[in-house]
Design a protein around this ligand. Structure first.
Ligand code: GUN
Ligand code: FE
Length: 421
């Protein structure tokens, strides 16, 4: 029997408001699957292979549920522009370079390494519209030990001369891509209409039908920026609100990830809850391209499903620790601009959104639950002043302060996927 044990100071996100900590605990695995988590080593694991991470934190790894792989090389550029200008001046020219699969290979190999070495083991990711480079991206993620969803982007209007498909091309290439996807085991396809301004009604309806027929998940953007919302009103005057454009096409359901929702109206938020759509909160991007400050606390209080995304390269970092810290900070900013009439989230809550909240997307349960494949980060904080600190205090601090080279190992799907030298 393939039995493994990890020993260390364990932190598990049980629910939005609750972490479970065990000082000097043991995570026991059978073929990579969690059998038990406890403060004593069970007898039947006495002979198992032991990974001794004593005095280090063993935490769940991150799920980055919204990022743009082909925007990685332009990270940090064009941050002085609002969304629509940023897309046409920076994002579209950058993405057009991924017509070349060799260029894609170089960038995507680097991206996959950077994700896993920073503790992100599960993703929902946008590629570009290029089918062959999308396959390259899926290969590189799988090789690096990253699991999750990748989407070939669909865009048949309002792109640029170098980054746009015809409706026919977009449909045909999506079908070709789906055939190619069948050879992947850990990385799965997700339908990816870029956003309503990029897709004709005909293309949206085609994708909605495909989602229904083949039971495929969907990811897109919504209500990120006020000019974008106005643009959608002009493009689809028959739709009362932005979300109606997705609903109308069969793209609004409980396997839909919608990034941003910064300016979603009360009616739109109700529709998100009613249809079980998952909101992907991307706070760094919302600040960088000055889209707005999403009312996160309110959305959680309204029982919306929320997960987190780095949204590189609107977002400026793929580091999940930094994303959690920024989520707490921007939530505090929201409280301030609301005259403290709304509360803000704390580290326990933001880390839940970055980890356990996305677990259902991967057939998993919250935390280091029995039956989950192990997805974990081993974090060394021995060089920080930590005398007398509890595991909970060390956990709260790690989002703001980490020593250089703090990530000692990352486990994905029950296997070590990254080991620091
Ligand atoms: N809306 C449509 N495309 C994009 C994109 O690439 N990034 C962001 N932040 N918003 C978008
Ligand atoms: Fe995005």
């Amino acid at each position: 029997m393939n039995r493994t044990v990890l020993k260390g100071d364990i932190v598990s996100s049980e629910s939005l408001t609750e972490i479970k900590t065990i000082k000097n605990g043991y995570i026991c695995l059978e073929r990579g699957r969690i059998v038990s988590v406890s403060d004593t080593l069970p007898e039947e694991f006495a002979d198992a292979v032991l990974y001794d991470y004593s005095d280090m934190l063993i935490m769940q790894s991150f799920c980055d549920m919204h990022l743009h792989a082909p925007q990685y090389p332009m990270l940090g550029l064009g941050m002085d522009l609002p969304l629509v200008d940023w897309l046409s001046k920076y994002a579209y020219p950058m993405e057009s370079r991924f017509a070349d699969p060799e260029y894609a290979r170089k960038v995507y190999r680097r991206l996959a390494h950077d994700l896993i070495s920073h503790g992100t083991t599960r993703v929902a990711m946008f590629s570009s519209l290029h089918t062959d480079s999308t396959i390259v991206l899926m290969e590189e993620l799988e090789k690096a030990g990253i699991t999750g969803y990748v989407g070939k982007v669909n865009m048949d209007r309002n792109g640029s001369p170098i980054l746009q498909e015809t409706t026919e091309e977009s449909k045909r290439e999506t079908l070709r891509w789906l055939v190619e996807c069948s050879r992947f085991t850990r990385v799965k396809p997700i339908l990816t209409p870029r956003f309503t301004p990029s897709c004709t009604d005909e293309l949206m309806r085609f994708l909605g039908e495909l989602s229904r027929e083949r039971d495929l998940p969907v990811q897109s953007h919504i209500s990120e920026n006020t000019s974008e919302i106005e643009w959608v009103k002009q493009l689809r005057p028959e739709c009362e609100e932005y979300w109606d454009t997705y609903h109308d096409s069969g793209l609004w359901h409980d396997r839909t990830l919608m990034a941003h929702c910064v300016h979603s109206s009360e009616r739109e938020r109700k529709a998100i809850a009613e249809y079980g759509v998952t909101v992907v909160h991307c706070c760094n991007s919302n600040t960088n391209i000055a889209s707005g400050v999403m009312p996160l606390r309110q959305m959680l209080d309204e029982n919306l499903k929320v997960v987190l995304g780095s949204d590189i390269s609107g977002g400026n970092t793929l580091n999940g620790f930094d994303v959690v810290a920024s989520t707490v900070q921007t939530s505090k900013v929201r409280s301030i601009i609301d005259n403290w009439e709304t509360d803000h989230v704390n580290e326990t809550e933001a880390w839940y959104l970055a980890t356990s909240a996305a677990a259902p997307w991967f057939g998993a349960k919250a935390g280091f639950a029995q039956g989950n494949m192990l997805h974990a980060i081993v974090l060394d904080d021995s060089n920080l002043m930590r005398k007398g600190l509890s595991v909970t205090e060390r956990f709260s601090r790690c989002f703001y302060k980490r020593q250089p080279g703090s990530i000692r190992a990352v486990w994905s799907e029950g296997e070590p996927a990254y080991m620091a030298d």
